[in-house]
Structures are given as C-alpha cells and as structure tokens.
Design a protein around this ligand. Structure first.
Ligand code: AMP
Length: 444
C-alpha cells in the first residue's frame, strides 16, 4: 500500500515524501480512507504508530476542499490533546501539512500568556490544536468561535481522562456543532473511554491496529531486581558501563524526578528533569538540550512524558514502577517508535512486585529478569525465591487437600465385604454410635 493509493492529494504526497515516509503505517492505511469518507472513528492506536499523520493528513485534505470560514476566529478543525508537548508536536505536523494547502494551524495551551494566543487567533485560523483547559478559557471568553468546527479529534483520550479533563472536554463539546465528524484515539479502553465515545461519537468505525494495552513489537523488555535504596546506584552503573545516551528515565513523582536528577548530576551524568511544575520555557529548553545531546538522561514523570516524540530514543528506564499498569505501556511507547528497535528496563524492588505482576497480567506475558550479582537483593527478599516458596507451599497444600478428600471419600464408601446391603447399613450405624471404640482404645 502506498500513500497515493490512500487517495491523498499530490501536495500531501510530497509532504510525506519530504519527511522520508516511504509507506503508510497500519493505522494510516486503515484510518486515512475512513476519515476522508467522513466517518467517525474510535481508534485504538498506541503512541509511536504514526497516528498523528493518520488524522492530520486527511483533515488537511478535507479542509482544503471546502471554502474558508467567514470569520477569522472560526477554526474548522479542533484537536484536543492532553499535554503542552503533544500540542506542540501535533500542531507542528498540522502546520507543516497545512502550509502546503494554505491552511493555518494554531497551537493553544495553558501556562503561557493568553494575549499572544488571542493575537494569533485574530489573524485567522483553520485548525486549532489545544489542551482542553486553555481552549475552554478561549471559548468562554469568546476569543474563539467553535461553532464552525467540522472535525473534532480527541488524541490520547485515555490520558486526558486520567488527567481529569473530562468536564473540560464535555464543556468544549457543548460549543461545537452537533453535526460534525469526531475522531477519538486512545491507547487503552477503560469504561470511562467507552462512556466518552458513547457521548461524543456517532456510529464510529472501530480501528485497532495493535491490541490495546500491548507494547510495541520492537521493544525488548527487561527487569532488574534491586533493593529500593540501591536503584540510583544501579542506574548510574548501567549508564556508565553501557555508555547510555538519550535515555528517558521515569519516576512516579515530581519530587522523585528532581531528586534523582540532582543525584545523577552529582555522579557526573548530564541529566535534567521534565515535569509539570517546570515552566513551559524550561521544559522546551530541556527537551531541546536532550534532543541535541547535551543532556543525556531526561528524568520525567508520566504526565510530562506523555506525547513526547523523540526520534531514535533507544532506552526507557522505569526507575519507579508505575502503579497504573497502562502507564507502563505508555512509558515504553517512548522507544521502539515507527518500527525501530528499543529497550525498556525496569528497576523493581520488593515493594513494587505487586505492580509488576499487574503489568505482566496486562501484557499477558512475563518480563524476563536480568541479574547483576553486585546488585542482587538479599535472598530473603528476592521475590523469585518468595514466589517459588509460595508455589511449593501451594502445591503441598493442594496435595494434602486431595489426599484428605480421597480418604474421606473412601471412608464414606461402603466397604466391600460381600455382605448384603442391609448388613452394611447396620454396621455403619453401629460405627457411628461408637461400636468398637473400646476395642480400638484398648489396642492403642
Ligand atoms: P506518532 O505516533 O504520530 O507520534 O508517530 C511516531 C513517529 O513515527 C514520528 O516520529 C513520525 O514522524 C513517524 N512516522 C509517522 N508516520 C510514518 C511513516 N509512514 N513512515 C515512517 N515514519 C513515520
């Protein structure tokens, strides 16, 4: 299958050729024709599958075929995304494709002065890519008129719900025309997504290119067992020994990200943290430093990392395991993108063992364990040994139970004495009443 066969205009074909895309990815092959036909979509696409182009290309094509809006602040397509970084990435793709067909895309997110955004909107806009909160702010202030939106995209919808954007999304939807095309993309399908889809989509086509909750094929996953207090030491050891560059390390909290970053810098490793307490300008600069290579290790929280598109990242490290199993899939989706190879390494301490089990249940397979003798936790607390002992114990208990069931079954069975049934019955009653007890006692 080629991009041409998907029915894209020549301007867009040359845009993808410039980007070096030789053939469409599976989500592009399946979604582009359906979107061009005007259908709603419920897309089960993971990060790194090429889903941005899967919706951006057909949207630009559809808008290019219609006359522009009459007023300047009336976008015809709206893309809602969970984070500023993703807004910047998707917005850039829309700008690149749109420019070729004289369409204007604007990026809108919170954390920066709203007036500059208003000035941009006043110049005219065809496509808005935005985070829900700030977009709602514009809609309420009437600095943006959403009444002409023809296509709505909810990108990484599961993450938007995780981040508490449900009310903002529904409030934004109330500003939109009810007859519109809606495309919802989500890596996972919790009930909340199903309810949102029921609310916003109209007879959607289900497009799933990879099983939801499944990690990308090209990602090799590994677990290192380590004591909690030795994780930093192990991480620094691996970074130095294997000369890692461009590695993304996940922590569960912002505090944890800052602390680890400081410790890595103390170990002479160029590291920087990216999380939601950092200002937008610092986040942008950190990301640029990381992409340039002057920062080797980017320490991130789940929220900040979501949607970052960094090409060629070879490794993702789970310094802290995520307590939400789906976040593991999102995290490791930062590597092995668009068919490339990647490695996801998890540093797991005893306290996180239960989370690991939940993740493995979600993935439907065990993650191989690698051992480093100098970092091996003490036997007592080695979860493998604990698990093995538990299995042995369970087996023994099962055997005992079976033996007990067997023996009580036998004792209930009439003994085959060859005597007629009524005599057996009388014997049984007698046994119940204690006959032969004295004799037995005597023997004992
Ligand atoms: P996305 O899932 O949209 O974040 O895309 C993940 C990565 O795949 C980005 O770096 C894209 O530039 C790249 N990509 C998207 N479509 C293709 C394609 N057809 N061929 C090669 N790379 C692609």
């Amino acid at each position: 299958m080629s991009f041409k066969q998907l029915g894209l205009r020549t301007e867009l074909l040359s845009a993808v050729a410039t980007l070096g895309y030789t053939a469409p990815t599976p989500i592009q092959t399946r979604a582009i024709p359906v979107i061009l036909e005007g259908h709603d979509i419920l897309g089960g696409a993971q990060t790194g599958t090429g889903k941005t182009a899967a919706f951006a290309l057909p949207i630009v094509q559809i808008l290019s075929q219609d006359p522009p809006a009459k007023k300047k602040r009336q976008p015809r397509a709206l893309v809602l995304v969970p984070t500023r970084e993703l807004a910047a990435q998707v917005g850039k793709a829309m700008q690149d494709y749109g420019r070729r067909l004289s369409l204007r895309a604007t990026i809108i997110y919170g954390g920066i002065n709203i007036n500059a955004q208003i000035i941009k909107l006043n110049r005219g806009v065809d496509i808005v890519v935005a985070t829900p909160g700030r977009l709602l702010d514009h809609a309420n202030r009437r600095t943006l008129d959403l009444s002409r939106v023809k296509i709505l995209v909810l990108d990484e919808a599961d993450r938007m719900l995780d981040m508490g954007f449900i009310d903002a999304i529904l409030d934004v939807a109330a500003f939109l025309p009810s007859s519109r095309q809606t495309l919802l993309f989500s890596a996972t399908y919790p009930d909340s997504i199903k309810r949102l889809a029921d609310e916003l989509l109209n007879n959607p086509q289900l497009i799933e290119t990879a099983r939801p909750n499944q990690a990308a094929d090209g990602v090799t996953q590994v677990v290192y067992r380590v004591e909690r207090l030795r994780k930093r030491e192990l991480l620094a050891h691996l970074i130095k020994k294997e000369d890692w560059r461009q590695v993304m390390v996940f922590t569960r909290t912002r505090y944890g990200a800052d602390k680890l970053t400081e410790q890595l810098i103390t170990d002479n490793i160029a590291a920087a943290a990216i999380h939601s307490s950092k200002s937008q300008s610092i986040r942008t600069r950190t990301l640029a430093d990381f992409k340039r290579g002057s920062v080797r290790i980017l320490v991130a929280t789940d929220v900040a990392a979501r949607g970052l598109d960094i090409n060629g990242m070879s490794r993702v490290i789970n310094f802290d395991m995520p307590d939400i199993p789906e976040n593991y899939v999102h995290r490791i989706g930062r590597t092995g993108r668009a068919g490339e190879k990647g490695v996801a390494i998890s540093l797991v301490c005893d306290q996180e063992q239960a989370w690991l089990v939940n993740i493995e249940r979600l993935l439907n397979h065990k993650i191989p364990v690698k051992r480093l003798s100098e970092f091996q936790p003490k036997n007592e607390s080695d979860p493998d040994i604990i698990a093995a002992k538990r299995i042995l114990k369970e087996k023994a208990a099962k055997k005992q139970k079976q033996a007990f069931a067997e023996s009580s079954k036998n004792s209930r069975k009439p003994q085959k004495t060859g005597k007629p049934r009524h005599i057996e019955k009388t014997r049984k009653t007698a046994r119940k009443q204690g006959a032969g007890k004295n004799i037995r006692n005597k023997k004992e």
